[in-house]
Design a protein around this ligand. Structure first.
Ligand code: SAH
Length: 253
């Protein structure tokens, strides 16, 4: 009898931001498939299980192994950081099943994605409409990425940038955003949200380049919209009601 694949998001990396459903699913699984770093982040949960690790670019191998193991009757946990749909393992696995006419029982288990984890550390920057854009040009051409950045900037969306490690592309993206937003627009940089050695930086569109050295494989950037501001060291994006709400009066009456 075929088994099942749990396509799991483990959250930003710490134990406290795991979901109960994710813990249950890992417990139930006898095979764990993960990118090496993620396997390390859940080491405490995988004792006695078969753990198959793979390097970063081996997504298709991980998807294949998950499907094959499930077809053999195993219960498989296929692990992504954050949420598995957000630049994670859910799409390649579902696409591989679809392309090969295979239909194994599966369940997607959501997790706290990096944009939300980083945002929580920065204050409340994502409180109005926001756009999530990955700067990885491995699977999407750079021109298309920059086109989306331009449209998001033009639409005054708060912008959350995943995979900013591609520095030339990051610099171009930020230049495009600067065409539409003022220099004092808040920029948040969070390195390793909820992980050991986490770093949280609140800066602005005119100053952010000072922190280029903070940008690595686990850095998230958030750029405020035209109404975002910095107060008490945190980024606030109003929910759009500032002209309707009198916060001072409401607090003092
Ligand atoms: N599925 C993941 C995203 C994978 S793409 C999720 O939902 O979060 C990998 C990118 O996510 C990294 O380059 C980085 O931009 C971001 N990221 C992942 N974990 C992070 C963390 N703990 N802190 C900050 N950014 C993180």
């Amino acid at each position: 009898m075929a088994g099942k694949i749990y396509i799991i998001g483990i959250g930003p990396g710490d134990e406290k931001n795991r979901t109960l459903r994710m813990l249950e699913a890992i417990k139930e699984s006898d095979v764990i498939i993960a990118y090496t770093t993620y396997a390390d982040l859940i080491k405490d949960l995988t004792d006695g299980k078969e753990v198959i690790t793979a390097r970063m670019k081996e997504e298709l191998y991980r998807a294949k192994m998950a499907i094959k193991k499930a077809l053999e009757g195993h219960t498989v946990a296929l692990v992504s950081s954050g949420d598995p749909q957000v630049y994670g393992m859910a799409p390649p696995t579902l696409e591989m099943m679809c392309a090969n006419n295979v239909n194994v029982d599966f369940e997607i288990i959501p997790g706290v994605t990096a944009a939300l984890a980083a945002a929580a550390r920065l204050g409340s920057p994502l409180s109005m409409d926001f756009a999530v854009i990955s700067l990885s040009d491995l699977l999407v051409p750079a021109e298309e990425i920059l086109h989306r950045v331009r449209k998001a900037a033009e639409g005054d969306f708060v912008i959350a940038l995943y995979n900013p490690i591609n520095k030339p592309l990051l610099l171009k993206a930020m230049e495009i955003i600067a065409e539409y937003r003022k220099g004092e627009t808040p920029v948040g940089i969070v390195k390793g949200a909820y992980r050991e050695n986490e770093e949280v930086i609140v800066t602005t569109l005119s100053e952010w380049k000072k922190y280029l050295d903070k940008i690595n494989m686990v850095t998230m950037m958030i750029i405020g919209n035209s109404r975002s501001y910095i107060c008490n060291g945190k980024i606030i994006t109003p929910r759009g009601y500032t002209s309707r709400y009198d916060y001072v009066n409401a607090f003092n009456s």
